[in-house]
Design a protein around this ligand. Sequence first.
Ligand code: PGA
Length: 248
Amino acid sequence: MQVIIVKDKAQMGKTAAEIVAEGMQAKEHFVLGLATGTTPIPLYRELIRMHRKEGLDFSTTITFNLDEYVGIEGTHEQSYRFFMNRELFDHVNINKKATHVPDGMADDAEMFCAEYESMIADCGGVDCQVLGIGSNGHIGFNEPGTSLGSRTHKTALTESTVKDNSRLFEKVEDVPTEALTMGIGTILDAESILLLASGANKAKAVADAIEGPVTATCPASALQFHPNVTFVITEDAATVLKLEWVRA
Ligand code: PGA
């Protein structure tokens, strides 16, 4: 496990973008796993800058997003499809048909989730999975208590997540209460994992993930089982870490 502590969000975005770009340049049909939320925005801004200024090419890149709300269309401003278009896809030369976000409007969610797993497998698996982390240690919408072996599935959002996310909706009743998410087992199948965290409110979850016991009460702690994980975290998200090696 590699832990890179950076000064601020801008540096987090730059460091993460260098890692992603290196992978994209090394493999033609690079399969990139993507995340939504506030945290990866500096990464997406930097990738857009690299595309514009340095010619970073997305034309053969394939993407799979971690999750999506159930019951809202991809055209809804708060859907994760809409977010990805606005924050990244609309600004780079990616083939939109090669970008995958779970379909929150699927009639048969269970069948869709199985298909999503097959689509990832058919592309040869995810080469690099970008993750954020919830203050409760969740990754994707895998809330505490989710099986560490879980695959893509439909899940109910916890009350605290609905409340957190309500800031983006007109009223709390508008926040979807269910989502489709890659499972923890799905995430662990990625060749490499890049977890980003910024802000003091993430410091405990980051320490639990890296230094705590592996437990379903902190879903991100399952990453300790993965042989190729890089955490890129800001100084304020690193304050609870105890081990000296991470600061070396
Ligand atoms: P955030 O969400 O980036 O908006 O903090 C991260 C997460 O909940 O995974």
